[in-house]
Design a protein around this ligand. Structure first.
Ligand code: ADP
Ligand code: MG
Length: 246
Protein backbone atom coordinates (compact mmCIF):
# COMPACT_ATOMS: atom_id res chain seq x y z
CA UNK A 1 0.00 0.00 0.00
CA UNK A 2 1.25 3.50 -0.71
CA UNK A 3 2.66 5.83 1.91
CA UNK A 4 0.30 8.43 3.30
CA UNK A 5 2.65 10.18 5.71
CA UNK A 6 6.41 10.31 5.68
CA UNK A 7 8.29 11.92 8.54
CA UNK A 8 12.05 11.98 8.01
CA UNK A 9 14.90 13.28 10.12
CA UNK A 10 12.65 15.51 12.21
CA UNK A 11 14.06 17.21 15.30
CA UNK A 12 12.58 19.76 17.66
CA UNK A 13 14.07 21.30 20.79
CA UNK A 14 12.38 23.11 23.65
CA UNK A 15 14.86 25.37 25.46
CA UNK A 16 17.77 23.22 24.30
CA UNK A 17 16.06 19.91 25.20
CA UNK A 18 15.58 17.65 22.19
CA UNK A 19 12.01 16.40 22.54
CA UNK A 20 12.11 14.90 19.02
CA UNK A 21 15.48 13.70 17.81
CA UNK A 22 16.03 12.82 14.15
CA UNK A 23 12.68 11.00 14.05
CA UNK A 24 11.66 9.06 10.97
CA UNK A 25 8.26 7.44 10.67
CA UNK A 26 6.02 6.30 7.84
CA UNK A 27 2.41 5.30 7.71
CA UNK A 28 0.56 3.78 4.79
CA UNK A 29 -2.96 4.55 3.63
CA UNK A 30 -5.57 2.68 5.67
CA UNK A 31 -3.00 1.50 8.18
CA UNK A 32 -3.66 1.14 11.89
CA UNK A 33 -0.57 1.92 13.99
CA UNK A 34 0.01 2.03 17.72
CA UNK A 35 2.68 4.31 19.19
CA UNK A 36 3.95 3.48 22.67
CA UNK A 37 6.82 4.70 24.80
CA UNK A 38 7.62 6.08 28.24
CA UNK A 39 6.33 9.42 29.49
CA UNK A 40 8.18 12.25 27.83
CA UNK A 41 9.22 10.09 24.85
CA UNK A 42 7.79 12.68 22.47
CA UNK A 43 4.54 10.96 21.48
CA UNK A 44 2.31 14.01 21.87
CA UNK A 45 4.94 16.31 20.36
CA UNK A 46 5.06 13.96 17.35
CA UNK A 47 1.30 14.54 16.86
CA UNK A 48 1.79 18.29 17.42
CA UNK A 49 4.28 18.31 14.54
CA UNK A 50 2.01 16.45 12.14
CA UNK A 51 -0.92 18.76 12.90
CA UNK A 52 1.17 21.92 12.58
CA UNK A 53 0.90 22.94 16.22
CA UNK A 54 4.66 22.61 16.71
CA UNK A 55 7.17 23.40 13.96
CA UNK A 56 10.29 21.23 13.86
CA UNK A 57 13.77 22.71 13.72
CA UNK A 58 14.75 20.34 10.92
CA UNK A 59 13.47 17.43 8.85
CA UNK A 60 10.62 16.74 6.45
CA UNK A 61 6.96 15.84 6.86
CA UNK A 62 5.35 14.82 3.58
CA UNK A 63 1.69 13.89 3.16
CA UNK A 64 -0.56 12.40 0.53
CA UNK A 65 0.12 10.87 -2.89
CA UNK A 66 1.62 14.17 -4.07
CA UNK A 67 3.92 14.31 -1.05
CA UNK A 68 3.06 17.88 -0.03
CA UNK A 69 5.03 19.30 2.87
CA UNK A 70 2.91 19.86 5.97
CA UNK A 71 5.58 22.15 7.38
CA UNK A 72 4.46 25.06 5.23
CA UNK A 73 0.77 24.61 6.01
CA UNK A 74 -1.30 26.20 8.79
CA UNK A 75 -3.07 24.01 11.36
CA UNK A 76 -6.37 24.76 9.63
CA UNK A 77 -5.12 23.77 6.21
CA UNK A 78 -3.64 20.56 7.58
CA UNK A 79 -7.03 19.71 9.07
CA UNK A 80 -8.75 20.55 5.78
CA UNK A 81 -6.27 18.31 3.96
CA UNK A 82 -7.71 15.39 5.93
CA UNK A 83 -5.75 15.07 9.17
CA UNK A 84 -8.01 14.79 12.21
CA UNK A 85 -6.85 14.70 15.79
CA UNK A 86 -8.47 13.57 18.96
CA UNK A 87 -7.11 15.04 22.15
CA UNK A 88 -7.19 13.30 25.52
CA UNK A 89 -10.02 15.38 26.92
CA UNK A 90 -13.28 15.16 24.97
CA UNK A 91 -14.51 18.47 23.60
CA UNK A 92 -18.15 17.74 22.79
CA UNK A 93 -20.96 20.29 23.21
CA UNK A 94 -22.50 19.10 26.48
CA UNK A 95 -25.84 20.91 26.10
CA UNK A 96 -26.46 19.52 22.63
CA UNK A 97 -27.76 16.08 21.76
CA UNK A 98 -25.51 13.38 20.35
CA UNK A 99 -27.22 13.80 16.96
CA UNK A 100 -26.72 17.59 17.03
CA UNK A 101 -23.06 17.19 17.92
CA UNK A 102 -22.57 14.87 14.96
CA UNK A 103 -24.54 17.20 12.69
CA UNK A 104 -22.36 20.15 13.71
CA UNK A 105 -19.26 18.15 12.81
CA UNK A 106 -20.78 17.18 9.46
CA UNK A 107 -21.70 20.79 8.76
CA UNK A 108 -18.11 21.90 9.33
CA UNK A 109 -17.06 19.81 6.34
CA UNK A 110 -19.10 22.11 4.06
CA UNK A 111 -16.76 25.03 4.62
CA UNK A 112 -17.15 28.39 6.35
CA UNK A 113 -19.91 29.80 4.10
CA UNK A 114 -22.01 26.66 3.87
CA UNK A 115 -22.17 26.63 7.68
CA UNK A 116 -24.39 29.71 7.58
CA UNK A 117 -26.95 28.25 5.19
CA UNK A 118 -26.66 24.57 5.99
CA UNK A 119 -29.99 22.73 6.06
CA UNK A 120 -29.51 19.03 6.74
CA UNK A 121 -30.99 16.86 4.01
CA UNK A 122 -32.04 13.20 4.12
CA UNK A 123 -28.51 12.11 3.22
CA UNK A 124 -27.14 14.05 6.19
CA UNK A 125 -29.58 12.38 8.58
CA UNK A 126 -28.64 9.02 7.08
CA UNK A 127 -24.96 9.80 7.63
CA UNK A 128 -25.64 10.71 11.29
CA UNK A 129 -27.43 7.38 11.78
CA UNK A 130 -24.51 5.58 10.15
CA UNK A 131 -21.91 7.40 12.27
CA UNK A 132 -23.86 6.69 15.46
CA UNK A 133 -23.77 3.01 14.52
CA UNK A 134 -20.00 3.12 13.95
CA UNK A 135 -19.39 4.56 17.42
CA UNK A 136 -22.02 2.46 19.21
CA UNK A 137 -24.29 5.36 20.13
CA UNK A 138 -27.35 4.50 18.03
CA UNK A 139 -29.55 4.33 21.12
CA UNK A 140 -28.21 7.61 22.51
CA UNK A 141 -28.81 9.97 19.55
CA UNK A 142 -31.36 12.10 21.43
CA UNK A 143 -29.47 12.23 24.70
CA UNK A 144 -27.57 15.33 25.74
CA UNK A 145 -23.84 14.78 25.33
CA UNK A 146 -23.36 16.02 28.89
CA UNK A 147 -25.27 12.97 30.19
CA UNK A 148 -22.97 10.47 28.48
CA UNK A 149 -20.33 8.46 30.33
CA UNK A 150 -16.70 9.44 29.89
CA UNK A 151 -16.21 6.60 27.40
CA UNK A 152 -19.32 7.51 25.41
CA UNK A 153 -18.13 11.12 25.17
CA UNK A 154 -14.84 9.88 23.76
CA UNK A 155 -16.71 7.82 21.15
CA UNK A 156 -18.87 10.79 20.27
CA UNK A 157 -15.76 12.84 19.68
CA UNK A 158 -14.32 10.09 17.50
CA UNK A 159 -17.63 10.13 15.60
CA UNK A 160 -17.34 13.90 15.15
CA UNK A 161 -13.89 13.42 13.67
CA UNK A 162 -15.11 10.60 11.42
CA UNK A 163 -17.91 12.91 10.21
CA UNK A 164 -15.17 14.95 8.58
CA UNK A 165 -13.88 11.82 6.87
CA UNK A 166 -10.16 12.30 7.60
CA UNK A 167 -7.53 10.36 5.66
CA UNK A 168 -5.41 10.25 8.78
CA UNK A 169 -6.79 10.14 12.29
CA UNK A 170 -4.49 10.76 15.27
CA UNK A 171 -5.72 9.61 18.67
CA UNK A 172 -3.80 10.40 21.88
CA UNK A 173 -4.37 8.03 24.83
CA UNK A 174 -8.03 7.16 24.23
CA UNK A 175 -8.20 4.45 26.91
CA UNK A 176 -7.35 6.73 29.84
CA UNK A 177 -10.18 6.74 32.38
CA UNK A 178 -12.23 4.13 30.56
CA UNK A 179 -13.73 0.96 31.97
CA UNK A 180 -12.54 -2.34 30.51
CA UNK A 181 -15.75 -2.70 28.47
CA UNK A 182 -15.32 0.85 27.15
CA UNK A 183 -11.71 0.17 26.23
CA UNK A 184 -12.73 -2.94 24.32
CA UNK A 185 -15.38 -1.05 22.41
CA UNK A 186 -12.86 1.70 21.64
CA UNK A 187 -10.46 -0.77 20.02
CA UNK A 188 -13.36 -2.02 17.86
CA UNK A 189 -14.18 1.55 16.75
CA UNK A 190 -10.56 2.31 15.88
CA UNK A 191 -10.01 -0.96 14.03
CA UNK A 192 -13.15 -0.36 12.01
CA UNK A 193 -12.18 3.26 11.31
CA UNK A 194 -8.78 2.11 10.02
CA UNK A 195 -10.44 0.08 7.26
CA UNK A 196 -11.07 3.27 5.32
CA UNK A 197 -8.32 5.57 6.62
CA UNK A 198 -5.01 5.56 8.45
CA UNK A 199 -5.27 5.70 12.23
CA UNK A 200 -2.36 6.38 14.62
CA UNK A 201 -3.09 5.61 18.27
CA UNK A 202 -0.85 6.63 21.17
CA UNK A 203 -1.62 4.41 24.13
CA UNK A 204 -0.03 3.12 27.31
CA UNK A 205 -2.42 0.28 28.03
CA UNK A 206 -0.73 -2.85 26.68
CA UNK A 207 -3.94 -4.90 26.63
CA UNK A 208 -5.49 -2.14 24.55
CA UNK A 209 -2.54 -2.17 22.16
CA UNK A 210 -2.70 -5.96 21.92
CA UNK A 211 -6.37 -5.81 20.95
CA UNK A 212 -5.59 -3.24 18.26
CA UNK A 213 -3.55 -6.04 16.71
CA UNK A 214 -1.41 -3.81 14.51
CA UNK A 215 2.18 -2.72 13.92
CA UNK A 216 3.67 -0.95 16.92
CA UNK A 217 6.22 1.87 17.01
CA UNK A 218 8.14 2.40 20.25
CA UNK A 219 9.32 5.96 20.80
CA UNK A 220 12.11 6.78 23.24
CA UNK A 221 13.84 10.12 23.71
CA UNK A 222 12.26 11.45 20.56
CA UNK A 223 13.21 8.70 18.13
CA UNK A 224 12.06 5.25 17.09
CA UNK A 225 13.54 2.60 19.37
CA UNK A 226 11.78 -0.40 17.84
CA UNK A 227 9.03 -1.19 15.37
CA UNK A 228 7.06 -4.31 14.48
CA UNK A 229 4.46 -6.57 16.03
CA UNK A 230 3.73 -6.08 19.73
CA UNK A 231 5.41 -9.42 20.47
CA UNK A 232 8.46 -8.37 18.48
CA UNK A 233 8.92 -5.02 20.21
CA UNK A 234 8.18 -6.32 23.72
CA UNK A 235 10.97 -8.89 23.31
CA UNK A 236 13.44 -6.16 22.37
CA UNK A 237 16.04 -5.78 25.14
CA UNK A 238 16.22 -1.98 24.87
CA UNK A 239 12.44 -1.69 24.99
CA UNK A 240 12.35 -3.85 28.10
CA UNK A 241 15.07 -1.69 29.63
CA UNK A 242 13.58 1.75 29.00
CA UNK A 243 9.88 1.08 28.98
CA UNK A 244 8.61 -2.21 30.23
CA UNK A 245 10.95 -2.63 33.18
CA UNK A 246 12.40 -5.89 34.29
P1 ADP B 1 4.82 12.06 25.67
O1 ADP B 1 3.53 12.45 25.01
O2 ADP B 1 5.52 10.93 24.99
O3 ADP B 1 4.66 11.77 27.14
P2 ADP B 1 5.61 14.77 25.08
O4 ADP B 1 5.65 14.82 23.60
O5 ADP B 1 4.43 15.39 25.74
O6 ADP B 1 5.84 13.28 25.58
O7 ADP B 1 6.89 15.53 25.66
C1 ADP B 1 8.20 15.19 25.26
C2 ADP B 1 9.15 16.10 26.01
O8 ADP B 1 9.08 17.42 25.52
C3 ADP B 1 8.86 16.20 27.50
O9 ADP B 1 10.07 16.24 28.20
C4 ADP B 1 8.09 17.49 27.62
O10 ADP B 1 8.27 18.05 28.90
C5 ADP B 1 8.72 18.33 26.54
N1 ADP B 1 7.77 19.31 25.95
C6 ADP B 1 6.70 18.99 25.23
N2 ADP B 1 6.06 20.10 24.79
C7 ADP B 1 6.78 21.15 25.27
C8 ADP B 1 6.67 22.58 25.16
N3 ADP B 1 5.68 23.15 24.47
N4 ADP B 1 7.60 23.32 25.80
C9 ADP B 1 8.60 22.77 26.50
N5 ADP B 1 8.77 21.44 26.62
C10 ADP B 1 7.89 20.64 26.03
MG1 MG C 1 1.54 12.55 25.66
Amino acid sequence: MSTLLEVSGVSVSFDGFKAINNLSFQIAERELRAVIGPNGAGKTTFMDIITGKTRPDSGRVLYGDKGVSLLKMSENRIAQAGIGRKFQRPTVFEDQSVADNLMMALRKTRGPFAVLVFRPGPEDHARITELAGEIGLSDALDRKAGELSHGQKQWLEIGMLLAQDPKLLLVDEPAAGMTLAEREHTTDILREAAKSRAVVVVEHDMDFVRRLDCKVTVLHEGSVLAEGTLDHVTRNEEVIEVYLGR
